[in-house]
Ligand binder design. Structure first.
Ligand SMILES: Nc1ncnc2c1ncn2[C@@H]1O[C@H](COP(=O)(O)OP(=O)(O)OP(=O)(O)O)[C@@H](O)[C@H]1O
Ligand SMILES: [Mg+2]
Length: 268
């Protein structure tokens, strides 16, 4: 095991920033990352030399036209896929050098994922969906339930723990997905168009949750098509044709993300 991963494994869940090892290194460091997909004889260069550094505690929005490579980039950031060439260091550790076991550990405990389509299991109640990352991490059942219920309470769904996804509104389902992403106290939260299927009130809710997580020390990288949503982040990175077209750079030290419509952290 590399030092960062082994120390991550032994770190207690004491809060997002404290649980991320290698605090002096950027959380994310990409250098010259390329990704080529091969389908039959056709090659698509989805990423064409991305270099990007994201520090602990930053809140970054990734924007760009459809097909520009945003989801591909997110998959690489989440260690769900590997670059064709170039380097990716996660909290100082070269992801290409990690074993499958270490990658699974990173994905389960260090990173929380939120997707546009929620990706909840329809047959399971809200708390059972939320406990899933803890099952994979081998946490005992009573603790899993306790932590899942606490995570649902954090997203304002304490009274919906036994509801199944089909018995919840779209906004509530996405809040369950956010609870699932944060139940393992990840230091890095990756969200691919998390508000893409939500109405404006639910969008506000979910952005309020991200703002609260950011304030608590999480590093958040969020893909969005919506300028309003991007405005909530301290930094906007624009991708075009697999390259970074513009990067507003890190927010000034101490700057808070901008709440949407004057709202931060509230839910109904
Ligand atoms: N698994 C795959 N196999 C082959 N090509 C792929 C694959 N995934 C993505 N691509 C191609 O790579 C390019 C970038 O796709 P990607 O999904 O990263 O775009 P995106 O910016 O997320 O777009 P959108 O805003 O529509 O979600 C596209 O041209 C796409 O067709
Ligand atoms: Mg996409």
């Amino acid at each position: 095991m590399t030092s960062a991963v082994s120390s991550a494994a032994s770190a207690a869940s004491v809060g997002p920033s404290a649980s991320w090892p290698g605090a002096s290194a950027p959380v994310i460091e990409l250098h010259g990352v390329r990704k080529v997909y091969r389908t039959g004889s056709l090659e698509v260069a989805a990423l064409r030399g991305i270099s990007l550094s994201i520090a602990l505690g930053e809140y970054v929005a990734i924007m760009g036209p459809s097909g520009s490579g945003k989801s591909t980039l997110m998959h690489i950031l989440g260690a769900l896929d590997v670059p064709s060439s170039g380097h990716y260091r996660l909290a100082g550790d070269d992801v290409s050098q990690m074993s499958e076991e270490q990658l699974a550990e990173v994905r389960n405990r260090r990173i929380g994922f939120v997707f546009q389509s929620f990706n909840l299991l329809s047959s399971l109640s809200a708390w059972r969906n939320v406990e899933l990352p803890l099952c994979y991490a081998g946490v005992a059942r009573p603790e899993r339930r306790e932590r899942a219920v606490a995570a649902l309470a954090r997203v304002g769904l304490a009274d919906r723990v036994e509801h199944r996804p089909g018995e919840l509104s779209g906004g509530q389902q996405q809040r369950v997905a956010v609870a699932r992403a944060l139940v393992s106290d990840p230091a890095l939260i990756l969200a691919d168009e998390p508000t893409g299927n939500l109405d404006s009130a639910s969008t506000e809710d979910v952005l309020g949750l991200f703002a609260a997580l950011h304030e608590a020390g999480s590093t958040i990288v969020l893909i969005t098509h919506e300028p309003d949503v991007a405005q909530a982040a301290g930094r906007v990175v624009r991708v075009r044709d697999g390259q970074i077209a513009d990067d507003s750079g890190p927010a000034p030290a101490g700057a808070s993300p901008r709440p949407i419509a004057g709202k931060s952290g509230g839910h109904r």
